[in-house]
Design a protein around this ligand. Structure first.
Ligand code: E4P
Length: 218
């Protein structure tokens, strides 16, 4: 399963890129607004750091015409830019057009199998299903992910299922079990994936025992 990092923070992206852990980046207007820097400049800097798909989102969701114009603008910034399109009737028109033009899309704000199916039929490259926001409503967000993975395989769609709105390591475990193609993960959650207290305890004991016995490499 590929890891995308879900952030627009350049320090976080640099850190995970150095760890060799990042296959791509997802941003959204909220994440960009937090950084207080320009959209184009941020996306271009991210593209210079990560050799993989970098999602940049359009904002005129009620007009296919305006969205298409924005899509062409962000796609022109770098070959690795993937245009993030909010799901909806207008968005689907745009996805279909961009697919014809060979421009990759990340279909965002999806919560159900029926939405994912429509996005796959339109040729969406990545199908972003949000899990955390559904869990917040005391409903199983991963259900749509499991169903979408089955759907993509059953009907041989080229689209990849991207688990978005991940909040904790259990979402990553469940994404792996579901056979999702990608999980986009916040920096703090990526860090947690390394941790296990038994790893720390075990390492402490190995080091102690080695030193007490006076062992070395000679
Ligand atoms: C990524 O593509 C999504 O925009 C992001 O994962 C949403 O996460 P949130 O629900 O934690 O805001």
């Amino acid at each position: 399963m590929k890891f995308f990092i879900d952030t627009a923070n350049l320090d976080e992206i640099r850190t995970v890129a150095e760890m060799g852990l990042v296959d791509g980046v997802t941003t959204n207007p909220t994440l960009l607004a937090k950084e207080g820097r320009g959209f184009k400049q941020t996306i271009k800097e991210i593209c210079a750091m990560v050799d993989g798909p970098v999602s940049a989102e359009v904002v005129s969701a009620s007009s296919a015409e305006k969205m298409l114009e924005e899509a062409h603008t962000v796609a022109s910034w770098h070959p690795n830019v993937v245009v993030k399109i909010p799901f909806g009737p207008e968005g689907v028109k745009v996805i279909r057009q961009l697919t014809k033009e060979g421009i990759r899309t990340n279909v965002t704000l999806m919560f159900s199998l029926t939405q994912a199916h429509i996005a796959a039929k339109a040729g969406g490259t990545f199908l972003s299903l949000f899990v955390g926001r559904v869990d917040d409503m005391a409903t199983d967000g991963m259900e749509a992910v499991r169903d979408a993975v089955d759907m993509v395989h059953t009907y041989s769609f080229a689209s990849e299922v991207l688990v978005a709105s991940t909040r904790h390591p259990l979402h990553i475990v469940e994404s792996l079990r579901a056979g999702a193609h990608i999980a986009t993960v916040p920096f703090k959650t990526l860090e947690l994936l390394y941790k296990h207290p038994l790893t720390d305890l075990g390492l402490g004991k190995f080091t102690d025992d080695w030193q007490k016995a006076g062992l070395n490499f000679d």
